[in-house]
Design a binder for this molecule. Structure first.
Ligand code: DON
Length: 304
């Protein structure tokens, strides 16, 4: 497969000028990002990699971080995790509070904010220094010791994060949060602020394409069963109330973030990350989704 040719075709065909959405602004710091940014990176199982555009530039990975924290929580809790969070698509926006009321504080899945905040509670409860351990995890699977939090983005979200703070309080009132609210949201805002590039993300997600093995070292850090579950959740819940549309258009398990990043994998084959900060109304990268639709169409390869 000539991935470089396919990526060059996508780069030639598409531009930020073709999409009409907006850069996220509810986190003030994200509103400052240049809407022209566009990059894509593919990593393959044989360690070859291909890219175009701004694929080596760091951006705020936001909800993509939920896949890393889910992997850490599954390593700590195994199947007991599913007593605290469900595995069904929500069909609701990522920051919705409504389902919690009639589902007794058990979030629909670990990728909506409610579910990710329960995962944060678990990590804050069980780890001595969860922020340090998350950084170590991400640095370990990418081999990049320079990956770090963007403290300005974390502070910006903390200053305006009323919904997430409300979610933790509400889930705590319903009995599904153990720790104090402050350390949970502090950890969550930091995980969302992780600054990574498409190159970093596509390499990191080879873990999920590679049955739990780190690409560079072949070290096995997740059980194949854990990877199966994480990939199933990315397929069904990775794009919130647009999960069906992403499956329909792209046909890969993946995860998006409001920083405009999307990562998707083809099991045993490749991992692909794309970044364009212009979001559609569901909070997913508009150009990113179009680029991935072209990618699976031009390669002729998707999980379907
Ligand atoms: O909690 C929030 O609202 C953000 N830190 C993350 C949301 C997000 O990335 C949703 N993704 N599409």
């Amino acid at each position: 497969m000539d991935y470089q040719h396919i990526l060059d075709t996508i780069h030639d065909e598409m531009s930020y000028r073709d999409v009409k959405g907006k850069v996220a602004s509810y986190i003030p710091e994200l509103a400052k990002v240049d809407r022209k940014k566009f990059g894509m990176h593919v990593y393959c199982g044989d360690k070859q990699h291909f890219c175009f555009g701004d694929s080596k530039e760091n951006f705020s990975i936001q909800s993509i971080s939920k896949v890393f924290t889910l992997a850490m929580a599954m390593r700590l809790m195994g199947e007991d995790l599913w007593d605290r969070v469900d595995v069904e698509p929500s069909g609701d926006p990522f920051n919705s509070l409504t389902q919690l009321e009639y589902e007794s504080g058990i979030p629909r899945n670990p990728f909506i904010n409610a579910g990710a905040l329960v995962i944060s509670d678990i990590l804050v409860d069980q780890l001595d220094d969860p922020k340090k351990e998350l950084l170590e995890f991400v640095r370990h699977i990418t081999g990049d010791p320079n990956i770090d939090y963007d403290k300005t983005v974390a502070a910006s979200e903390k200053a305006t994060g009323y919904r997430n703070i409300a979610l933790v309080n509400y889930i705590k009132a319903l009995g599904n949060i153990k720790c104090d609210v402050e350390p949970i949201v502090d950890f969550y805002f930091h995980q969302c602020s992780l600054a990574m590039s498409c190159e970093d993300l596509s390499k990191a997600f080879m873990l999920f394409a590679n049955r739990g093995r780190i690409l560079d070292t072949n070290e096995k850090i997740l059980k194949p069963k854990t990877v199966k579950r994480i990939n199933a959740l990315m397929q069904t819940c990775g794009f919130y109330d647009e999960a069906g549309e992403f499956s329909f258009q792209v046909g890969l398990p993946g995860k998006s973030g409001v920083g405009g990043g999307i990562v998707a994998i083809h099991p045993k084959n490749y991992s692909v990350a794309v970044w364009s900060p212009i979001l559609n109304e569901k909070g997913n990268s508009e150009l990113g989704m179009k680029a991935l639709e072209r990618f699976t169409t031009l390669t002729g390869v998707s999980v379907f």
